[in-house]
Design a protein around this ligand. Structure first.
Ligand code: NAP
Ligand code: ZN
Length: 386
């Protein structure tokens, strides 16, 4: 029996075998352990997202069933739906994106102690991990080799071939991967914190961004605008690099002290050798060397943006100045909770444009054109009319 295994270069993503899936499916329907949820999915790299129904598992003892209120649209959703990360993480269709979920608890399993019906909770990019490896023990589940992503990972419960994300009216998640959302935060604007928030908070903390540091944020999109808010809240001097002259005023309003139009090389050069840290949140190809040259001695530039193609690095830029170039993925569950609590205390949320799910394809087109102010948040009540 052929296995549903996708191989590319030296990267292998294995899903459950067809046989395993069919037998699990048979046993699940026998025991009626699945229910149908409404969702939006893409059926191929070139098809628009459209309404569908998907199976979700009934609660196990450790599970929480959430009625999804809002789900942010991350550029990763678009990369994934269009199979732009094919060489690293090939997309399994149909795919249901969405990993910036805020919802209300509808039901809890018998062993769930931390949540009850009615609580407002969040789910980010992870829904499971082995819980025992050194990364999990350190609360860094984002590095667990057995991590289960909210969408597109093999579904170990056998409910479907892969996990399905938050463009849906409900989801069932193990209580260990559920976050508390502070009650003072608007749920539509809090949803993007679950990915854009933690993905920027974590490297800013890791690289010691505090008062007195000069910090650059490259790309004023969903991630970038959260990076600006956090870097400012941590006390840094914040400089935004944007390709969009129309975003200049917004950058200042969001907390930047200075704004540089990155296509103006003279403006860029004025900052040569001066940054302690730069966070690059650009989703497309761009010249990273321009930014490396802006770092001070021992400065670091971290990529959170995940462009489809490799970025060439001129190593002399790193050698002179002992600078470093690194990357950072999302964040672990304890740090995600810390970030949400920080946002609660400092009243930080994303600037959102709330849309009905029927506008998701239009939102994707606008995202490609850098025309997002500054995160789309889908109002899931709009799925009721599907
Ligand atoms: P987004 O909202 O579309 O923002 C990206 C921004 O990048 C744009 O608004 C634009 O800002 C800038 N940009 C776009 N094209 C550019 C180009 N050709 N040259 C220079 N700048 C350009 O995307 P997002 O949701 O913030 O995500 C950004 C990237 O991070 C994506 O690749 C996404 O997959 C990735 N991501 C990574 C992680 C992680 O764990 N590391 C987590 C989430 C997302 P300006 O108009 O200001 O120039
Ligand atoms: Zn994301």
């Amino acid at each position: 029996m052929p296995k549903s295994k996708l191989e590319r270069g030296n990267v292998r993503v294995s899903t459950v075998s067809d046989e395993q899936y069919r037998s699990r499916e048979a046993s699940h329907s026998e025991h009626r352990t699945r229910y149908e949820a409404k969702a939006y999915s893409a059926s191929s790299a070139t098809s628009p997202l459209a309404g569908t129904t998907i199976p979700r598992r009934e609660l196990t003892d450790q599970d929480v069933q959430i009625e999804i209120l809002f789900c942010g649209i991350c550029h990763s959703d678009l990369h994934y739906a269009r199979d732009e990360w094919h060489d690293v993480m090939p997309t399994v269709y149909p795919c249901v994106p969405g990993h910036e979920i805020v919802g209300r608890v509808r039901n809890v399993g018998s062993a769930v102690t931390r949540f009850k019906a009615g609580d407002v909770v969040g789910v980010g990019c992870l829904v499971d991990s082995d819980g025992t490896c050194p990364n999990c023990e350190a609360g860094l589940e984002q590095f667990c080799p057995k991590q289960v992503l909210t969408y597109g990972s093999p579904d170990k419960h056998g409910t479907a071939p892969v996990t399905y994300g938050g463009y849906s009216d409900s989801i069932v998640v193990d209580q260990r991967f559920i976050l508390r959302v502070p009650s003072n935060l608007d749920p539509a604007a809090a949803a993007p914190l679950l990915c854009a928030g933690i993905t920027t908070y974590s490297p800013l903390r890791h690289w010691g961004v505090t008062k007195g540091k000069k910090v650059g944020i490259v790309g004023l999109g969903g991630l970038g605008h959260m990076g600006v808010k956090f870097a400012r809240a941590f006390g840094a001097h914040v400089v935004v690099f944007t390709t969009s002259p129309s975003k200049k005023e917004d950058a200042l309003r969001l907390g930047a002290h200075e704004v540089v139009l990155s296509r103006n090389l003279d403006e860029m050069k004025k900052h040569a050798g001066s940054f302690d840290f730069i966070l690059d949140a650009v989703a497309a190809e761009h010249d990273i060397n321009l930014y490396i040259n802006l770092l001070a001695r021992d400065g670091n530039i971290t990529m959170v943006g995940a462009p489809e193609k490799p970025l060439p690095v001129a190593v002399f830029g790193l050698i002179f100045g002992r600078r470093s170039f690194s990357g950072s993925p999302i964040g672990g569950i304890p740090e995600t909770q810390e970030m949400l609590d920080f946002c609660g205390e400092h009243n930080i949320t994303a600037d959102v444009e709330v849309i009905p799910i029927q506008k998701v394809n239009e939102a994707y087109e606008r995202m490609v054109k850098s025309d997002v102010k500054y995160r789309f948040s889908i109002d899931m009540a709009s799925l009721k009319s599907e």
